[in-house]
Write a protein of this length. Sequence first.
Length: 227
Amino acid sequence: MLEDLAWLGFEADQRPVRQSERGAIYEEALELLRRKGLVYACDCTRAEIAAAGAGPTADDDTETARRVSGAVQPDLELRYPGTCRERGLAAGRGIGLRVRLEPSVERFTDLRLGSQEQRPCEQCGDLLARDRDGNWTYQFAATVDDYVQGVTLVIRGVDLLASTGRQIQLARLLGRDQPPAFLHHPLIMKSPGQKLSKSDGDTGIRELRAAGWAPADVIHRAMSLVE
């Protein structure tokens, strides 16, 4: 990916860091929330959450995209109903960790889409910070990284628009006074309801390079597909 970006003319200002190397930073952030009484253990599976009838409204980073009225929207997501909130489970192997999200209305202005209003507690429920396999979730790691690294502008696909309110709320709980600005861009879609994905075997930049495309051709083609 770094080679492809460099070939396109995008060079990083700083050395890339890997989330797999930042466990101590995430642990420190989690401990801050734990001292506030906001962290609890949870042994629920996705199947159990679905069976609880929490209704579609994501548990971590499972957002996918579909096109609705000409704009890509996140698929309906599972809302965690708070099953383990008061159970007092001990943390340990096979146990996830969640952060309590109290009812709030998060308002922000997307730099492309304009004014937005989200209610994270109603969308996703209490946020999963570390899953039952011990992995840090996208929602938690990305929020901590943005805060610790002083990120002031987040540019990402519109399929992650629904993540914004919950990340703003989590950042506030961690002590961030001013959230970053957000810009959610369109996605290149291979069908009205499915975005391009290398996991599905779709053509990537590496294949276009091998086929003789120039960097300007790739960028121009990408821009034309999202207009």
